[in-house]
Design a protein around this ligand. Structure first.
Ligand code: SF4
Ligand code: FES
Length: 248
C-alpha cells in the first residue's frame, strides 16, 4: 500500500504546531496503525530527521496508552478498537490519513501526538479505590453479589483509561471515564463503605482538572474502545445526587 500521512507535528507545549505531510510506501494491509508510524519513523531517523513522537505500550488493546485521532475519530474508524489494534486493511491504497493528538484543555500536548493525561490520574487518586480493609480472599459466595450487578461492575471495569471519551467529546468531558470508575465500585459491596465520599471527591477532581460537563451527545460511547455504556454516566449522576443529599 501507498499512503499519505498528514501528521500533527509540535516540538513542545509552547510550539503552535502544524500538519506535515509524509508519503509512506511499501506497507502491508496486515500492519497495525502503530507499525505504520514505526515504518515512517525508521525512514525519518535514517534521513537524520526527528521521528514522530506517539504514545504506545502493550500494543494489544489493554493498557490504554495509544492515543491517536485518525481522520477525525479517536482511535480511528473501527468501533471497539484501540489505535494499536487498528489494521491498515481498513484503509485503501492511496488514501490520505490525518493523524492528530487527543485535543482537550485538560490534556496539553507534550510533543507531536503525545499528550499529558495525568488529569485522569488525579480523578483516580481522589477516590477510585477501596481503602477499607477487605481481608484475605474470601470463600466463594461468602459475599453474595447479584449476577446482574457483577456483570455491570465487570463491564465498567473494562475501562482502560485511554481518554478517547474526552477526545471525542465536544465538551472534553471525562464523565464516561469517571462514571466507569465510580460504577465498578458502587455496584459491589466492597465499594459501599466509601460510596458517598468517593463520588463527591472524584467529581470535584474531574471539574478541577478542567474537563467539561456532559451534554448527552454519546460521542464518548461511540469512540470508546471498550464500549463503555453511557448508562454509567446516568449512574454517576444518581450516585452524585444521592451523595449530595446525604452529606447535607
Ligand atoms: S471510558 Fe472508554 S474511552 Fe474513556 S477512558 Fe475508559 S476505555 Fe477509554
Ligand atoms: S498500546 Fe496499549 S492499548 Fe494501545
Amino acid at each position: 500500500m501507498e499512503l499519505t500521512l498528514k501528521i500533527w507535528r509540535q516540538s513542545g507545549p509552547k510550539d503552535e504546531g502544524r500538519i506535515v505531510e509524509y508519503p509512506v510506501s511499501g506497507v502491508s494491509p496486515d500492519m497495525s496503525f502503530l507499525e505504520l508510524l514505526d515504518v515512517l519513523n525508521e525512514g525519518l531517523v535514517a534521513k537524520g530527521e526527528d521521528p514522530v513522537h506517539f504514545d504506545h505500550d502493550c500494543r494489544e488493546g489493554i493498557c490504554g496508552t495509544c492515543s491517536l485521532v485518525i481522520n477525525g475519530q479517536a482511535h480511528g474508524p473501527i468501533a471497539g478498537t484501540t489505535a494499536c489494534q487498528l489494521h491498515l486493511r481498513h484503509f485503501h491504497d492511496g488514501q490520505s490519513i490525518c493523524v492528530e493528538p487527543w485535543r482537550a484543555r485538560a490534556f496539553p500536548v507534550i510533543k507531536d501526538l503525545v499528550v499529558d493525561r495525568s488529569a485522569l490520574d488525579l480523578v483516580i487518586a481522589a477516590g477510585g479505590y477501596a481503602s477499607v480493609r477487605t481481608g484475605s480472599a474470601p470463600d466463594a459466595n461468602a459475599i453474595p453479589v447479584p449476577r446482574d450487578d457483577a456483570e455491570l461492575a465487570m463491564d465498567a471495569a473494562a475501562c482502560i483509561g485511554c481518554g478517547a471519551c474526552v477526545a471525542a467529546c465536544k465538551n472534553a468531558s471525562a464523565m464516561l471515564f469517571t462514571s466507569a470508575k465510580v460504577s465498578q465500585l458502587a455496584l459491589l459491596p466492597q465499594g459501599a463503605p466509601e460510596r458517598t465520599s468517593r463520588v463527591l471527591a472524584m467529581v470535584e477532581a474531574m471539574d478541577a482538572a478542567g474537563f467539561g460537563n456532559c451534554t448527552n451527545e454519546s460521542e464518548c460511547e461511540a469512540a470508546c474502545p471498550k464500549q463503555i455504556s453511557v448508562e454509567n454516566i446516568a449512574r454517576l449522576n444518581r450516585e452524585y445526587t444521592r451523595a449530595v443529599w446525604l452529606s447535607r
